[in-house]
Structures are given as structure tokens and as C-alpha cells.
Design a protein around this ligand. Sequence first.
Ligand SMILES: C[C@@](CO)(OP(=O)(O)O)[C@H](O)COP(=O)(O)OP(=O)(O)OC[C@H]1O[C@@H](n2ccc(N)nc2=O)[C@H](O)[C@@H]1O
Ligand SMILES: Nc1ncnc2c1ncn2[C@@H]1O[C@H](COP(=O)(O)OP(=O)(O)O)[C@@H](O)[C@H]1O
Length: 301
Amino acid sequence: MTQTVLRDCPAPAKLNLFLHVCGRRPDGYHLLQTVFQMVDHGDVLHFALRGDDRIHRANDIPGVPEEQDLIVRALRLLQAEFQRRHGRLPPGIDVTVEKILPMGGGLGGGSSDAATALMAANHLWQAGLDRDELMALGLPLGADIPFFIFGQTAFAEGVGEALQAVDVPDYWYVVIEPGVSVPTAAIFSAEDLTRNTEPVTIADFSRCLVSQTNPSEYGRNDLQAVASRLFPPVARAVEWLGRYGGARMTGSGACVFCAFSTESEADEVLSKVPSEWVAWKAKSLPKHPLAEVLQVDGVID
Ligand SMILES: C[C@@](CO)(OP(=O)(O)O)[C@H](O)COP(=O)(O)OP(=O)(O)OC[C@H]1O[C@@H](n2ccc(N)nc2=O)[C@H](O)[C@@H]1O
Ligand SMILES: Nc1ncnc2c1ncn2[C@@H]1O[C@H](COP(=O)(O)OP(=O)(O)O)[C@@H](O)[C@H]1O
């Protein structure tokens, strides 16, 4: 084992270009259809092997105790799986997190951090899990984790774990953070949530893109009405950004996005965003950017 440090590992945000709730599993979890799109804005993680077997987050993240951090929990799961396969514990890891993404933003920050940690540690430890095995290991920690390990724009079904690659043209996205943190559970447990949207096919979505439909104008986000009712700043951000195109919420909120064909259009809208909100632009990423850092076949292409 030669490499002991992996620095500057990206953990990008995701946007749910649409999100339909099509039913419920017997255990109460909701069956979704969504298209996940990564964008070039996110957290940055650094990893260093330790002399002992401790998994340690080296910096504070306000509101996320180390023991509850999805990164720490994911690394412990992989450490245990390594022990099961190789009969010994791999070295511990110090993780440093540059936390950029807001929590409860619907950008999948915690899941993306955990996915990046799993891929980085699989590489550093030479643990030998293939992509499907890493995705299955991450799923119990968060439904978005398999997508980030899948590593490309995807049409997702089930709770988000049944993934198929889908081509979406490059767009520039303007994203508004409405300044509230939305707990996912509160949205899914709302009585007035739409839970019976008719299933669509990947071809329905792709056909719409061919006929020039902006990706944030296809379908809808079934979680948006409930989030807008419970968190009025979400409704205000949708209303404001909607003046410039098909604006909608990502995931269970709170962030709101709109797609633009050119960077200059995105810049123009960004310059007008009211100062009460944090806002940024990001370009779509067809592939996970960690691939360039790792350049390992079998983990991510
Ligand atoms: C909505 C999505 C869309 O990408 O993303 P976020 O907006 O959170 O980023 C995901 O499905 C978020 O999945 P996940 O990250 O596993 O959700 P959690 O926060 O663990 O879920 C909290 C609670 O919401 C409910 N829940 C969650 C997902 C789902 N498909 N059905 C549910 O009913 C469950 O009661 C669960 O205990
Ligand atoms: N590394 C992490 N980064 C962010 N949140 C984390 C992390 N680990 C655990 N969490 C928990 O996950 C919750 C959801 O955060 P996040 O994934 O960023 O938002 P969302 O699910 O809305 O996209 C947070 O409120 C926090 O309690």
C-alpha cells in the first residue's frame, strides 16, 4: 500500500431535474422517479491514512456531530467490510471536510460526502469492492449515495437505487439557497403529499429534451408543494426565479434551480438575485469529478 494521502476530492451537489412520487413501499418509504444531475459546485474532502485503525473527522461541522456524520459512518461500514474480506482491519483515516453545501438543501451534500469517502477509501485501502458493491454498501445510509457512486447523470427509480444512465445536454444552473433547512422526513410524512403520479419512462424524458424542452421544465417536483407550504421562503424563491424560466425545487428542498443554455444568461439572472438569498451558478457534470482524481477502472470509469 503506497498511497497514504488523497487530497482535494470533490463531493459535488446533485439536482433532481424532476421528482415524481409514484407510490409507497410496504415499509412506508416512497417510490420515486427522478433524474439526478451532478453540478460543479460542492464540498471538498481530504483523506490521510492513520497509524491506528480510528476513523476520525478532523474538523468541526456545526450541527453534525462526528459520530453522526455520514462520512464517518460510511467509512466504518467499509472498514468492517474490509475486515470481513481480508481478515484484518485496514488503517484508520483522518478526514477533513470543506463544507460548502447547505444542509437540508436537497443538494445531497451528506450523501455526496459519504459517496466520495467510500470511493476514496476503497482506493486508498485497495479494498477491492466494485462499483455495484460500493453502491449497495452505501444505500442503507442514504438513498442518494448509490447515484453518486454510479457516477453519471441518471434516471432513478425505487427509492433512488435503481439507476440507468441518461444523456442530458450541458446546461448552466442558477441555484438559490432560500436560507432554510428542510428535514426530508417532514416532507414525506405530510398528509397532502402527492403520492400517485403516473410512472413515466426514460424515453418520455429524453423525448422532451430533444424537442428543446429545458430540463427544469419536464414533469415536476411532487415534494415542492408541501415544502413551499411548510417553508414559505422556498415558495418565494420559486416565484422569483420562475420569472426567468422553469424554476423548481431540488429533492426535498430547500434549494431552487433554473437551467440556462449559456453561462452569460445564468450570469445575468445571478446578478439580479435579491441580496437576502445566497445564490450561485454551476455547470452540469456528466461524470463524477472524482474519476479524474482516482483514475481507477472498476471503481468509477
Ligand atoms: C428526497 C431525496 C431525493 O433525491 O433527496 P434529498 O432532498 O433528501 O437530498 C432522497 O430521496 C432522500 O433520501 P434519503 O437521503 O435516504 O432520505 P432520509 O433523509 O434518510 O429520509 C428521511 C425520512 O424520509 C422518508 N423517506 C425518505 C425517502 C423516501 N424515498 N421515502 C421516504 O418516505 C423516510 O421516513 C425517511 O426516514
Ligand atoms: N457530512 C455531512 N454533511 C451534511 N449533512 C450531514 C453529513 N452527515 C450527516 N448529515 C446529516 O444529514 C442531513 C441532511 O443533509 P444534506 O445531505 O446536506 O441535505 P439534503 O438531504 O437535503 O440534501 C443534515 O441535516 C445532517 O444532519
